[in-house]
Design a protein around this ligand. Structure first.
Ligand code: TYD
Length: 140
């Protein structure tokens, strides 16, 4: 996978390898490519165009977000800088690193947002209060 522009909190855009032939396309993601052991996969779909999701940071969880169908934008905020990234192709992954406040919005009707995660769901790993996030980020 390939690294590109500078994003907050060491988040990265990944160009995923497309294996294609006349039968269609296939993109494999191995744990070695992900950069972490994959412990969980979940996906978000059927999201209304005006919905906003996220509004949290994780203490330790690492994730890769892929719009396997459609498009959405993900705002990244490490407490010092913000950037908004539109992901719009199955061959593009966005890493969402620990201590990055993220908001997902602008979902297309056909958006299926796949998240690949380094750990099981654990509410204790979430920081859902923005002021607390800023305070913790400032200590780091
Ligand atoms: P939430 O983390 O608030 O979603 P988002 O960050 O996209 O806004 O999770 C929504 C609900 O789904 C909440 O009740 C917790 C539950 N959930 C799980 O049970 N397992 C999971 O892996 C995730 C991500 C959420």
């Amino acid at each position: 996978m390939d690294e590109q522009l500078h994003l907050p909190g060491s988040c990265r855009l990944l160009r995923l390898p497309v294996r294609g032939d006349e039968r269609g396309k296939l993109i494999p993601i191995e744990a070695a490519d992900a950069g972490f052991d994959i412990e969980r996969v979940y996906y978000i779909y059927g999201t209304p165009a005006d919905a906003e999701r996220g509004f949290h940071a994780h203490k330790e969880l690492r994730q890769i977000a892929i719009a396997v169908s459609g498009t959405c934008s993900i705002e990244l905020d490490d407490g010092r800088e913000k950037a908004s990234v539109t992901i719009d192709h199955p061959s593009v992954g966005l890493t969402i690193e620990p201590m990055v406040w993220h908001v997902m919005r602008d979902f297309s009707e056909d958006c299926v947002l796949l998240l690949i995660a380094s750990a099981a769901y654990d509410e204790a790993d979430y920081i859902r209060d923005y002021e607390r996030f800023l305070a913790v980020a400032a200590e780091a």
